[in-house]
Design a protein around this ligand. Structure first.
Ligand code: HEC
Ligand code: HEC
Length: 151
């Protein structure tokens, strides 16, 4: 497990300075916090390739079944940050289905032991709800020590 965590760190090392064991770039712009963390937490940009972020940012009016439209200036600012911090490691180099972190091959593999009933249970509800199990996910921490599956 340690190894995998290290590979995730490597994904971002080229473009971002990282806090200790942390996948979130140290500086998350206010714009991102206000516009991309109202419905869910800010997902670490390193989990998706540039292509996926570009797709997501160009289709905010139809954002996974909801309308997350923004003004052009905000789109520009947020896109820049996502682009600069996007994943570059081989395993995130091509866009996953639906530009979802949760449909990426590595994600499926890492979570294969989790049962359907856990995913769908009232405490989790969705794979995209990282915080349900990774208690410090909003800080970019996915270390095994911080994982707990809610009962
Ligand atoms: C109006 C609410 C809302 C806003 C604002 C919003 N999102 Fe989302 N987002 C959603 C919903 C709903 C989903 C689907 C969650 C699920 O499947 O459980 C989602 C899913 C995602 C996913 C895919 C998660 C996965 O399954 O891997 C990404 C990536 C994402 N959002 C990025 C962003 C970014 C970047 C912004 C800011 C530009 C943003 N979101 C703003 C509602 C929102
Ligand atoms: C139902 C609980 C649950 C949810 C929700 C969940 N995870 Fe996980 N995740 C786990 C468990 C359990 C592991 C395996 C921990 C271990 O290896 O001991 C794991 C492992 C990981 C790992 C590998 C960590 C390592 O060091 O090997 C990453 C990265 C990760 N998850 C990211 C995410 C992201 C991103 C989301 C949301 C989009 C998410 N997870 C949602 C439970 C969850």
């Amino acid at each position: 497990m340690k190894k995998f965590y290290q590979f995730l760190m490597l994904m971002t090392v080229s473009s971002v300075s990282l806090a200790d064991g942390n996948l979130m770039p140290i500086k998350v712009p206010e714009k991102v916090k206000s516009e991309c963390a109202s419905c869910h937490m800010v997902y670490p940009p390193a989990f998706l390739p540039k292509d996926s972020w570009a797709q997501i940012m160009s289709g905010l009016d139809k954002h996974y079944g909801t309308d997350a439209s923004l003004d052009p200036q905000s789109i520009k600012e947020i896109s820049q940050w996502l682009n600069q911090n996007a994943g570059t490691y081989k395993r995130v180099s091509s866009a996953p289905p639906n530009d979802r972190i949760t449909e990426s091959t590595w994600f499926i593999k890492k979570h294969r032991k989790i049962s359907d009933s856990t995913w769908k249970g009232s405490k989790v509800k969705s794979k995209a709800n990282c915080m349900a199990c990774h208690t410090s996910a909003d800080k970019g921490n996915y270390d095994d020590d911080e994982v707990r599956i809610p009962k």
